[in-house]
Design a protein around this ligand. Structure first.
Ligand SMILES: [Zn+2]
Length: 279
């Protein structure tokens, strides 16, 4: 993932990071990336990893991404459990995120440093977070009154000490569905990206306008996370087909409809982020 993000940051585009749920959604991400000839990041939440187990997920990835013509990274999204991070690294994930952002600053530094020390000898990419991104991601709930933006001085210190390959400062985006217009701290994003020189991950991508995406990418976001959109497409694609053909009871047709809805949305995002044709 580190190489993909380095190129993206240099050329001013972002790589889409899509949260998969099962084999069908993994296939949708891979085929969307191939259609767009784009590098792509397949993300798994810690919950999804625990649900299926690492070996099942790795078998889908090897089968789908192994022969693929485009660069594909496998990334563990928001994880606060060092044992699970270790298991993913040993199982074949190429990238991991340590999310110790709910801890006091010094503890976040210490936990993030431990993950960097675990990952670096194996050439595994590390993403770390600072500040609290509002909303629900996996089993991490951040209430609005507890959300706070990253502090720019702390962010610079954090990146200097930890040297993550990718940095996720809280800049006002939210996980889940936006209620009202999100207030993005563009100045903070610009300052952190410029002063740290580290590719920034944009969390809470679902529901942002095309203009907000473009601005964030131009200011230094090289990775954009899309999760909630895929949860909706996963369920709506399935339900809409069944509702329109409710006498059919043909599961493969339903799975195909779900796949098509997922893939169409992923291709659109890849094109919006500017990574199409960059494989
Ligand atoms: Zn996130």
């Amino acid at each position: 993932m580190k190489n993909m993000l380095g190129k993206a940051a240099n050329k001013g585009y972002a790589v889409g990071a899509f949260n998969i749920l099962d084999y069908n959604s993994t296939k949708a991400v891979v085929l969307a990336a191939e259609q767009a000839n784009a590098p792509v990041i397949i993300q798994t939440s810690a919950k999804t990893v625990i649900f299926w187990g690492t070996s099942a997920i790795i078998s889908w990835i090897r089968q789908l991404a192994g022969p693929s013509s485009v660069p594909i990274a496998l990334h563990l999204d928001h994880c606060k459990d060092l044992d699970l991070i270790k298991e993913c690294i040993e199982s074949g994930w190429t990238s991991v995120m340590i999310d110790a952002s709910s801890k006091p600053f010094e503890e976040n530094l210490s936990l993030s440093r431990q993950v960097v020390e675990m990952a670096r000898p194996k050439d595994i990419t590390v993403e770390a977070e600072l500040g609290a991104i509002v909303g629900v991601e996996d089993d991490i709930h951040v209430k609005e009154q507890d959300a706070h933006l990253a502090d720019s001085q702390q962010a610079i210190q954090f990146c200097r000490e930890i040297k993550p390959d990718c940095f996720a400062p809280a800049i006002g985006t939210a996980h889940g569905v936006y209620k009202g217009e999100p207030k993005i701290a563009f100045d903070l994003l610009e300052e952190i990206a410029a002063k740290t020189g580290i590719p920034i991950a944009l969390h809470g991508g679902t529901g942002l306008s095309d203009e907000v995406f473009s601005k964030c990418i131009s200011l230094g976001c090289a990775k954009v996370n899309i999760s909630t959109q895929l949860k909706y497409a996963f369920i709506d694609g399935f339900v809409a087909y069944h509702n329109a053909n409710n006498k059919q009871y043909n599961p493969l047709k339903v799975i195909e409809a779900q796949f098509n809805q997922l893939k169409t949305g992923i291709v659109e995002k890849i094109e919006l982020f500017g990574s199409a044709g960059k494989a």
